[in-house]
Structures are given as C-alpha cells and as structure tokens.
Design a protein around this ligand. Structure first.
Ligand code: HBI
Length: 96
C-alpha cells in the first residue's frame, strides 16, 4: 500500500480538515472525535464503520466513551497515511 503522495495530501487533507479531521504533527495519522446523542447511536456508528473496515481490510484505532467515538486513522504497514485512510475517513463522515 503506497503512502499518499504530496499531491494527494495537498488535495485530500484540506477537505478532511474542513470536515473536522486533524493531521498529526508528524503527518502520519489523522484523527477526529465524533459525538452522538446516545451510546447506542455511537456504538451503531462503530458497527457500521467496522463493516467497511473489514471489507477494505483497513482498521481504525478508535475508542468509545459513552456517546463519543475518538478515531485515529493511519496505515500501520507503512507507518503513514495511504488512500485507504482517506477513503475510510470519508466513509466514516458519511456514516456518522
Ligand atoms: N489497518 N489501519 C490499518 N493499517 C494497516 O496497515 C492494516 C490494517 N488492517 C489490516 C492490515 N493492515 C493487514 O493488511 C495486515 O497487514 C495486518
């Protein structure tokens, strides 16, 4: 899985930042915290997102506290960001 090129980063990261994602200082991951009305809504989001993560063989680093879900995305195999991170981030925003 190749790392995002500079051109791809310049194209996708501003869009994700506008949607509430933050890029880590080392540029190797992106993070976002989702807040829902209830725990079942938060866990339902995780369940829906998990199906895509499994389908795409690309899994988030995430934690759930009551109605919030803190998500960090990176591609562990390359120690940085790939287009799977962009793809999963955009899907998570759709599902939230
Ligand atoms: N998920 N976020 C992330 N990054 C990976 O590199 C990754 C994964 N899920 C499965 C996976 N890699 C497999 O290809 C094995 O490398 C574990």
């Amino acid at each position: 899985m190749p790392a995002l090129t500079t051109q791809e980063r310049d194209r996708h990261l501003p869009e994700l930042e506008a949607a509430g994602w933050t890029v880590a200082e080392d540029g190797a991951s992106i993070a976002k915290t989702y807040k829902f009305k209830t725990f079942p809504m938060a866990f339902g989001f995780m369940t829906r997102a998990a199906l895509y993560a499994e389908k795409w063989d690309h899994h988030p680093d995430w934690s759930n506290t009551y109605n919030t879900v803190a998500v960090q995305l990176s591609t562990h195999d390359i120690g940085g960001l790939s287009d799977l991170d962009v793809k999963l981030a955009k899907k998570m925003d759709e599902l939230a």
